[in-house]
Design a protein. Structure first.
Length: 490
């Protein structure tokens, strides 16, 4: 699968690493790199090049698996010296496979997974290679959370630098909104600390601007009191009751306090989750899941979650209290495990009107692909941050629609991709502007400017890029190309 882009240097293929260049790089790293150098002859090469989406089958010329910041500096220096724009891997969950080079160099951060929790100041320091589950496990021990995503195996860096939508967004905002400071390795190899006080322009850009400006080796996040237990409610609906249930969802969700998250998933086949009776496993069902984002023992939470479970005509409903880190955050891990073929499309929902619901349900009832259609409730704290305050864009939408499609047979690729594209087009009258940069797929590289908020915001990112990565070394991503500074006023 070849990815192309209209964004300047992003369309340039990386240099290919041959055996001679591999030997040269190995020599250049001698005494400077403590991590693992993985080439095609390495016994762990096949595993090291695999990413979440089995559609991505890339063969990097070399993988540098780093263990600390000094390793990252050494890796960046050899990349620059040898004209090798590196792909950067954290969790490998990007649907378009941006974390893996094809023939070139991949810098792998999976050795940087240390997490320390400052309980007094409610700060969490997380290595640049951490997965969400790594952070959640550490914070749960102290009754804290860092608002992040919806799967434990997602990489923190990719998620956070692109924004970070997740279960706690309504109460606390995006993951990037929690940045206190970041340790960043620049294209020059220099290591800098970035915060609201140090390099504030770059701090702005890192809040949603992706991996364009360097490699983050340590995040410092603001954390919040929570749990470790979470109260959740689940209601399931048969296909004939799905449209009415979604109409109920659409009418209630704008009224909810930000202390609750309420999400819908139209599932091709219901997995064997703890709250699903055996007779319903494998059936095509709609699932509503509501989450109380406060104290699990709060009677107000129990009352509200119970009311949400009663919307529509559920065939199953349940309310329970379970660990967030070890339970809720892992609910869909198995359903979206590594090794399947994944294709996603997403949109912001401007109006979940009756006609939109009918169109969506008709698609779902006949959907041959496994996976699910997700409607994620946003609003709340996400919209508290002004649009221009961060590089992340399109904060004003209440709902986010995601088609998370899955299959295994490559022969189905063209047909299933076309079906997914068509439903997104059919829903255009009711969807909004922009696209979540973390969900840009291989066929959406022409939407990079749109994903970064449009020409004006993209131009500002380009000026910051020119200051910190003028040669566009970090371009194997959703690329922002370096732009000249604005002319001085006369």
């Amino acid at each position: 699968m070849t990815l192309t882009s209209s964004a300047g240097a992003a369309a340039v293929a990386p240099a290919t690493l041959d055996e001679q260049l591999r030997r040269r790089i190995t020599g250049q790293l001698a005494g400077k790199f403590r991590g693992e150098i993985i080439g095609p002859d390495h016994d762990r090469y096949s595993r090291a090049r695999q990413v979440w989406n089995a559609m991505i089958d890339r063969k990097p010329g070399l993988i540098l698996r780093c263990t600390n910041t000094e390793d990252v500096v050494a890796a960046v220096n050899v990349a620059r010296a040898n004209g090798l724009p590196p792909a950067v891997r954290c969790g490998g969950h990007n649907v378009a496979g941006k974390s893996m080079s094809d023939g070139g160099l991949t810098i792998d951060l999976s050795g940087l997974r240390e997490v320390t929790v400052d309980t007094e100041r409610k700060l969490v320091h997380a290595g640049g290679g951490c997965l969400l589950g790594t952070v959640d496990a550490a914070t749960a021990q102290h009754g804290l959370i860092v608002p992040a995503g919806i799967m434990s195996e997602t990489g923190v860096a990719g998620l956070a630098l692109g924004g970070g939508i997740g279960w706690f967004s309504r109460k606390h905002g995006l993951t990037c909104d929690q940045f206190v400071s970041l340790e960043l390795v620049l294209a020059s190899g220099e290591v800098i600390e970035v915060s609201a006080d140090e390099h504030p322009d770059l701090f702005w850009a890192l809040k949603g601007g992706g991996g364009n400006f360097g490699i983050v080796t340590r995040f410092t996040f603001r954390a919040y009191d929570f749990g470790p237990m979470m109260r959740i409610g689940v209601s399931l609906y048969l296909p004939e009751d799905a449209a009415a249930a979604l109409r109920g969802y659409a009418s209630v969700v704008p009224t909810l306090p930000r202390t609750v998250g309420w999400h819908a998933a139209l599932k091709h086949d219901m997995p064997a989750l703890p709250f699903v009776p055996p007779d319903f496993v494998g059936k095509r069902l709609v699932m509503f899941i509501s989450m109380w984002l406060g104290d699990a023992d709060d009677p107000a939470g129990a009352e509200l979650i119970e009311r949400l479970c009663d919307v529509g005509q559920p065939c199953v409903k349940a309310m329970t209290v379970m660990p967030f880190a070890a339970g809720v955050q892992r609910v869909i891990d198995e359903e979206f495990e590594d090794g399947h073929r994944y294709y996603t499309k997403e949109a912001h929902v401007a109006n979940l009107a009756d006609e939109a619901i009918d169109t969506l349900v008709d698609f779902w009832k006949d959907m041959p692909m496994e996976g699910e259609v997700e409607i994620i409730g946003l609003g709340g704290a996400v919209g508290d941050v002004p649009e221009g305050a961060t590089a992340f864009s399109n904060r004003g939408y209440l709902l986010w629609l995601n088609f998370a499609m899955r299959w295994d047979d490559p022969a189905n690729d063209a047909g299933y991709i076309d079906r997914t594209r068509k439903i997104v087009t059919d829903l255009k009258p009711w969807t909004g502007q922009g696209i979540y940069v973390n969900m840009l797929n291989f066929d959406e590289m022409d939407r990079v400017v749109e994903a970064f908020g449009g020409p004006e915001k993209y131009a500002r990112l380009g000026r910051i890029k020119a200051q910190y990565d003028p040669e566009n070394l970090f371009r194997m991503n959703y690329n922002v190309t370096p732009a000249p500074a604005e002319p001085a006023a006369r």
